[in-house]
Ligand binder design. Sequence first.
Ligand code: ADP
Ligand code: MG
Length: 291
Amino acid sequence: ATPISMTVAMAQGARVGILFRNADAIERMRDVDTVVVDKTGTLTLGRPALTDFIAEGFAHDEALALVASVEQPSEHPIGLAIVEGAKARGLTPRPAEAFDAINGLGVQADIDGKRVLAGSRNFLAQHSVDTQGWEVRAETWRMESKTVVFFAINGIAAGIAAVADPIKESTPEAIAGLRNLGVHIVMLTGDSRRTADAVARQLGIDEVLAEVLPEDKASHVKRLQAEGHTVAMAGDGINDAPALAQAEVGIAMGTGTDVAMESAGITLVKGDLRGIERAIVLSRATMRNIR
Ligand code: ADP
Ligand code: MG
């Protein structure tokens, strides 16, 4: 049977938006020494907006319409940002044929008979598209914590876009609180190294694992565990579910996907990361009472 103090801890957590799945989650939280956090949608709001767009060889709005068209069927927040940005300029996405989304890399489709690719530098490189000419500009945007999207039209790099995803208001305090507890914080993201570093610097996060493919997130958690750490992993996406399941405690954002919540021992109702520190403190106090 669940000891009374566990029930009390669950109720206390629930009052401040921390939903423990079971007594196990409370118990395990006590020993957590490393918190791995996904960037997009976890540290940040997960609602990026299009901030910059430059095209070459095509008129600005024609290129933006093509990129919005290839992103239209995408469910990725970056895709939504680009489509909204295009619509805000009065552009209408056109039908995409042979659409394909490659998890953690980008999207491709035929628009009006043109082959359009949009995604990371690595994604375009995989299709032998040389993005070198855009690197200086891309680097400037990454230093501003923006995520850069390269695009190619008919096999040629035709420009870049940037989206900015604001850090949640509660995140700086949440990270500072975890640091005060002596917890090691690791950022895990599919975004580029430079963008991830810029966000980490703003928040005082010292370890960054960037350009991690969705299927590799869980193996990074496993490696930290093999090094002797007790790991809590916080994430919001379908991509994060295997890593949440691998960690001693998975922490999902109530603002994220159902799949993430189903894989987690703790759900933070409003996605407020200050709940992680509170959960550790609550767990330590509860476990002291039991012993
Ligand atoms: P995160 O780990 O930050 O949630 P993802 O793994 O979803 O990021 O994506 C990693 C990278 O892949 C993005 O930063 C972006 O460069 C690229 N990417 C993924 N999906 C898209 C898309 N629909 N359009 C453009 N780029 C994309
Ligand atoms: Mg995410």
